[in-house]
Design a protein around this ligand. Structure first.
Ligand code: ATP
Ligand code: MG
Length: 414
C-alpha cells in the first residue's frame, strides 16, 4: 500500500506548545494588564480586510504592500488581504463605525498578522503583535503616554535591560517633504556607491536608504542630510514636548536621526525599542505618529499615534515563566471511591483551586503520579479514607481543609 504523505505546516508558521506557548501567553497577559493601567480599551477586529485598506494607507511602495501581502480574490470576486499590520484596519474600523464621536480613543488589540517574507529566526509568515493606538489626539502628551506605557510593559516583562528607546522626528508634512527632496538630491549625487536595493529605494522610498543594513550603503547613509536642518518651528516644538514628557516620566531615550519607519504614513514622532540580543531582528517594538492615515482612507483629518510589538520576539527575550503546578493532585487509589473523588475534586475546583485528578491506570501507581505533578497539596482517596499533606503551602492546605469540612457538614445534614 502506498504510504500517505502527512501534511506539513505552512512554511513560516509555528505550532506553539509547552514553554513556547507559555512565554507567548505571558507576554499577552502582561500586555492586557498594563494596557488597562493606562485606560486602553480592547478591540477585536477581522483578520481579513478589503485589499484597499492596506494599499491606500501603507503606500504602494512599501515592502509590505509591494511584496509581502497575502492577497486573494474571494468567491464573490472581491480582493481580500490577510492583515499584515493592525493600524490600517483600526483606522478603517474607526471610520466604518463612526467612532469619531468617542475621540480621543485609546485602543489596544493583539492577534495574528500575515506577511510573505523569508522565514528565519524571529521572522515568520504568520506572526503576532500586541498593538496600542490613540486616535484623535494631536497633542504630544499622547505620544508620551504611549511611550511610557511601552517602557513600563518592557520593564514588567523584565526585558528592559539591553533594550534602548531610539527616538526620532520626521517633522510635519512640509518639513518631511523638504528633507525628502534634499535626500533624493544627495543620494542621486552618490548613486555610484549605493547598493542595488538602495537604488530601487531611491525611486520609491528614499528615506528607507537611511536605515539600510548593507555595509556598502552605510558611509553614504551616515553622511546624509539630517531632518534637523529642515524642521519647522512647530515640528521642533512638538519634538521638544515629547522628549520633555519622557524625561519627566523617567523614560530613557536616545536620538537616532537615521530612524525612519517602513511605512509611508508617519509624521513627527517615530520610535523603536531596539535590542542587541536578537541579531538582525533587533526591533522589538516600533511605532510613531500617523496624522495623515485616516485622511488617506477618505476620512476627515484625524491625528493619531500608536505602536506595535512582535509577540514572538518579546517571548524570546522573557525569562521562561515558572512552570505551572496544580494546587492539588488527587489520587483515586480505590475504584469504588471514584464518585466520592469526583465530588471532592469538583468542590475543590469550584473553590478556585487548580486540581489534577489521577484516576487512570493501575490504582497502585496513581499516588506516585500525583507526587510527580509537584502539586502543592497531594491527596489520596483510598479504602483507608481521605488523606492529604502539603505543609509547605499552609494557605492551600487550609483551603482544602475548609472544602472537605463543608462537604462533611453537608453530608451530615442529609
Ligand atoms: P523588520 O524591519 O524586522 O522587518 P518591520 O519594520 O517590518 O520590521 P513593523 O511593521 O514595524 O516591522 O512591525 C512591528 C514589529 O512586529 C516588529 O518590530 C517585529 O517585532 C514584529 N514583526 C514584523 N514582522 C515580523 C515577522 N515577519 N515575524 C515576526 N515578527 C515580526
Ligand atoms: Mg519587515
Amino acid at each position: 500500500m502506498a504510504k500517505i504523505q502527512t501534511p506539513q505546516a505552512v512554511r513560516g508558521t509555528q505550532d506553539m506548545f509547552g514553554e513556547t506557548e507559555e512565554r507567548f501567553a505571558h507576554v499577552v497577559a502582561t500586555f492586557e494588564r498594563v494596557r488597562r493601567l493606562y485606560g486602553f480599551k480592547g478591540l477585536q477586529l477581522p483578520v481579513i480586510e478589503p485589499t484597499a485598506v492596506f494599499s491606500r494607507s501603507l503606500g504602494e511602495a512599501t515592502d509590505v504592500v509591494s511584496k509581502e501581502m497575502y492577497t486573494f480574490e474571494d468567491r464573490g470576486g472581491d480582493s481580500i488581504t490577510l492583515r499584515p499590520e493592525f493600524t490600517a484596519g483600526i483606522a478603517r474600523a474607526y471610520l466604518t463605525n463612526g467612532w469619531q464621536q468617542y475621540a480621543p480613543m485609546k485602543l489596544s488589540v493583539h492577534g495574528p498578522l500575515f506577511r510573505y517574507e523569508r522565514p528565519q529566526k524571529g521572522r515568520y509568515r504568520q506572526f503576532h503583535q500586541i498593538d496600542a493606538e490613540i486616535i484623535g489626539a494631536a497633542e504630544p502628551a499622547a505620544d508620551v503616554e504611549l511611550l511610557v506605557m511601552a517602557d513600563q510593559l518592557l520593564k514588567e516583562l523584565g526585558i528592559d535591560d539591553g533594550v534602548t528607546l531610539q527616538l526620532n522626528t520626521l517633522g510635519d508634512t512640509p518639513s518631511r517633504d523638504a528633507w525628502r527632496t534634499a535626500l533624493v538630491g544627495y543620494f542621486n549625487d552618490h548613486k555610484d556607491v549605493l547598493s542595488e536595493d538602495s537604488l530601487a529605494r531611491l525611486e520609491k522610498n528614499p528615506l528607507r536608504i537611511l536605515d539600510s543594513k548593507d555595509p556598502k550603503d552605510r558611509p553614504v547613509a551616515d553622511a546624509a542630510p539630517v531632518i534637523d536642518d529642515y524642521l519647522s518651528g512647530e515640528a521642533q516644538d512638538f519634538f521638544g514636548a515629547v522628549t520633555a514628557g519622557l524625561d519627566a516620566a523617567g523614560v530613557a531615550w536616545t536620538r537616532n536621526a537615521a530612524l525612519v519607519r517602513g511605512l509611508d504614513y508617519y509624521r513627527h514622532t517615530a520610535f523603536e525599542f531596539v535590542t542587541d540580543r536578537l541579531g538582525a531582528q533587533g526591533t522589538v517594538l516600533g511605532g510613531g505618529r500617523y496624522d495623515g492615515l485616516i485622511e488617506n482612507l477618505g476620512g476627515p483629518a484625524t491625528p493619531a499615534v500608536g505602536w506595535a510589538a512582535g509577540i514572538e520576539r518579546l517571548a524570546m527575550l522573557v525569562e521562561a515563566p515558572a512552570s505551572i503546578v496544580p494546587d492539588v493532585a488527587v489520587a483515586i487509589e480505590f475504584r469504588d471511591a471514584e464518585p466520592q473523588g469526583q465530588k471532592i475534586v469538583a468542590a475543590l475546583r469550584r473553590s478556585g483551586l487548580s486540581v489534577e485528578m489521577l484516576a487512570q491506570g493501575s490504582p497502585k501507581k496513581r499516588y506516585d503520579k500525583a507526587i510527580k505533578t509537584n502539586a502543592k497539596v497531594v491527596m489520596s482517596i483510598s479504602d483507608m479514607g481521605v488523606r492529604y499533606s502539603g505543609d509547605k503551602y499552609p494557605d492551600v492546605f487550609s483551603q482544602v481543609n475548609e472544602v472537605l469540612v463543608s462537604i462533611a457538614e453537608e453530608l451530615k445534614k442529609r
